[in-house]
Ligand binder design. Structure first.
Ligand code: PLP
Length: 409
């Protein structure tokens, strides 16, 4: 008998990021910041090496009345004005489905709630093979099995693997719950083309003839997609989902507003019928009440204020960083291609990931650290956080990394 429930995994959490962040910090203190490449940090940093906190967002937050910051939210699903602005901002007129918005603590809350409430213990959730680590932990905490689909076939989305994985799971259960982290996939930086999205939806519509289908589209990085508004047009493909399918879009203010610590986001539930939306909303609302109760009122109010009164400043400020991210990633990818440093197909977003098997990865990761280059290990790769590396640090980095790789091969 133990103090925690019987059916919970008791292994300590393996945090592959924070341990390396700590090592990088110690190295910087020892040999000087300028001699260390710290490509571990998954938040947006400016060229001077500090965290970006958008003025338009934080001036708005600080100008709120103390009572607004102090108050509970208007309901367990969030404030009405917040839900309305989230829906409009995220979908940008590209969806005509029935919908509800539930405010959540970050994108994490939206993803966790979906995984927890849409599957029973023992069932299987479908995840990308290379993915944000929390998905697996969420599955584990809910006693779910995981099946993964390979992400790529050459330089494009691996629809064949996606289909095979879904077909396997359909043999075992009457429902599919699938995570697609798009656009700006973490950690590869891939984004599906609109044709790839159409193919995915056409296939899932077929599956939904015999099985219920829940598609969880995690869009944590969408506001840093290089196409901006164009990057939201794929949502219109969801208008074609069948009546036996639901889409849950997990939105996060963490990246969009650079407000990681405010813990605010939303689950946008969409379906062809109001019945499906309400079934999910009722359960999600109770899940919210039973876990976090309600969401940070100040964060919601600041989002509404930015949308209503400071949209221009916010767009201008954010777009500067979108351009910077593009410049950084283009430089790294160009140099990587020149020296033959292999990476997964990158289109946009915070990270580029080098492709290799896990044995090489482990040796390489150590070798990089010996050379004062700090990265994050992911399944079948090494993640390079271009979001936090200055152009100066990126210049020549791919060559250095390739030379180190050559010494271990
Ligand atoms: N989804 C992905 C792929 C992420 O990388 C993150 C954060 O790193 C999140 C969701 C959720 O972030 P938050 O809970 O801070 O919104």
């Amino acid at each position: 008998m133990s103090f925690v429930k019987e059916n919970v995994n008791r292994q300590p959490i393996v945090d592959t990021v924070f341990a390396i962040v700590k090592k990088a910090k110690e190295d910087k203190e020892k040999i000087g910041e300028e001699n260390v490449v710290d490509a571990t940090i998954g938040s947006l940093y400016n060229e001077q090496g500090s965290l970006v906190a958008l003025d338009s967002v934080f001036s708005s937050l600080k100008s709120l009345d103390n009572k607004v910051l102090a108050a509970y939210a208007a309901s367990f699903t969030g404030n009405d004005d917040f839900k309305d602005r989230v829906y409009k901002w995220v979908l940008n007129g590209n969806s005509h489905l029935h919908h509800e918005v539930i405010a959540t603590p970050g994108g994490t809350g939206a993803v966790a709630m979906t995984i927890q409430e849409c599957l029973d213990a023992g069932q299987t959730v479908i995840l990308p093979e290379i993915a944000w680590g929390s998905y697996n932990l969420m599955a584990q905490m809910n006693n779910l099995s995981v099946k993964t689909y390979a992400l790529f076939e050459e330089d494009h989305f691996n629809l064949t693997s996606f289909k095979e994985t879904c077909e396997q799971v359909m043999k075992e259960q009457d429902k599919l719950v699938i995570v697609i982290n798009d656009p700006c996939h973490n950690p590869t930086g891939y984004s599906l083309s609109s044709q790839e999205w159409k193919d995915v939806i056409a296939f899932l519509n077929e599956c939904s003839k015999t099985h219920k289908v829940v598609l969880l589209n995690d869009i944590a990085y969408i506001d840093f997609a290089y196409g901006q508004k164009l990057a939201k047009e794929y949502f219109s493909v969801f208008d074609d989902i069948s009546e036996n399918m639901a889409v849950i879009v997990a939105f996060s203010l963490s990246k969009s507003m650079t407000s990681y610590g405010l813990r605010c986001g939303a689950a946008i539930v969409m379906a062809q019928t109001e019945d499906i939306v309400q079934e999910l909303k009722i359960v999600f609302e109770k899940d919210a009440r039973a876990t976090w109760s309600n969401i940070n009122n100040g964060a919601m109010a600041a989002f509404v204020d930015v949308m209503d009164h400071h949209l221009k400043e916010y767009d201008q400020e954010r777009l500067q960083y979108v351009a910077l991210l593009k410049e950084r990633s283009e430089l790294f990818v160009k140099e990587a291609n020149e020296v033959g440093l292999k990476h997964y197909p990158y289109k946009e977003g915070f990270f580029v990931t080098l492709s290799m098997d896990n044995t090489t990865r482990d040796i390489y990761h150590e070798a990089l650290m010996k050379n004062h280059i700090y990265t994050v290990k992911v399944n079948k790769g090494i993640r390079v956080a271009v979001c936090s590396l200055s152009l100066d640090k990126i210049k020549g980095l791919a060559k250095k990394m390739k030379d180190i790789l050559d010494t271990i091969q």
